[in-house]
Design a protein around this ligand. Structure first.
Ligand code: PDD
Length: 278
């Protein structure tokens, strides 16, 4: 695999980052994951806009121009013959002597790599996910897409230990989101409910696109926090992310939703999203 590191396209085994990089020492960095379908970037402008916001919230410089960022993505797709999968992009504050205060004048590190994956024909899309509820132990600025991913990683492992595929994280009696996706339920009267945007969740790029598609399809959407009880009582459920598009959920906290198969609204939104991405 060819990866990008600070201006160079190199085989992954030749890629190097300093042990003093603040991404490594402090998780002082941000990232984006953009999906690739038929060799083309999906929702790319949205991901770049969010990256710009994450960087500015952490007072970090933008390492390369928007045009250059797009050119790097395209070159990685070409060099790796990527037809379907994801591109991971990470910007960290760069290398500096270890100090909690932000160092002055460090050069940010920029790393990108590809991951080939079946997104459209993902096996989980046919069966649906089983979700466990786990306490949300993350920090308070989940709207910034930082590389500080140990808490969601622990939440996902807790869900796996319960025999589930992923966790929906719960805070103050309400679901925030999935460990790496936004969470949705469909009520018995056919309305989609998903948490409103705030610092409590990541502002998903796929979420924005899917809510737009739902509005166009005249499906009612309520953007508000929902409880574990509402989720257990839902007709169907699903999650969204660049890495999974719209992924149906068939079980929450041991309760089977609907007939235990991916629900019609999740399936329809998934088809609409894939059709639009192509
Ligand atoms: N995760 N919420 C969280 C906590 C996420 O980590 C993600 C994405 C999302 C969905 O955002 P988007 O639709 O923009 O991908 C919501 C990426 C895919 C990851 O960490 O791999």
């Amino acid at each position: 695999r060819i990866v990008y590191v600070n201006g160079e396209f190199v085989p992954e085994e030749d890629a190097k980052i300093s042990v003093f990089d603040r991404g490594f020492l402090f998780a002082d960095g941000v990232y984006e994951v953009t999906s690739v379908l038929d060799g083309k970037l999906v929702d790319f402008p949205g991901h770049m806009t969010r990256l710009g916001r994450s960087l500015s919230e952490l007072q970090m410089d933008t390492p390369v121009s928007q045009e250059e960022m797009e050119a790097i993505h395209r070159r990685l797709i070409a060099d790796n013959d990527l037809v379907e999968g994801m591109i991971y992009l990470q910007v960290t504050r760069g290398a500096a002597d270890r100090d909690f205060a932000f160092p002055k004048d460090t050069k940010p590190s920029l790393v990108l790599f590809t991951q080939a994956r079946d997104l459209v024909n993902a096996p989980a899309a046919a069966t649906g996910l089983k979700i466990a509820f786990v306490d949300d132990i993350r920090w308070g600025r989940r709207d910034i897409k930082t590389v500080q991913l140990l808490a969601p990683s622990l939440c996902k492992m807790a869900a796996k230990a319960l025999g589930c595929d992923d966790a929906w994280m719960v805070e103050d009696g309400h679901i925030t989101e999935g460990t790496s996706n936004n969470a949705y339920i469909v009520t018995k009267d056919g309305a989609i409910v998903t948490r409103n945007l705030s610092n409590s969740i990541l502002h998903g790029i796929t979420r924005a696109a899917v809510l737009q598609l739902a509005a166009e399809a005249q499906i009612r959407v309520e953007e508000r926090a929902f409880t574990p009880d509402e989720a257990r009582d839902a007709q169907e459920a699903f999650v969204t992310a660049a890495s999974s598009f719209v992924m149906p959920v068939v079980e929450v906290d041991g309760v089977t939703l609907g007939n235990g198969k991916p629900g019609p609204i999740a399936k329809r939104l998934r088809e609409l999203y894939v059709a639009q991405a192509r």
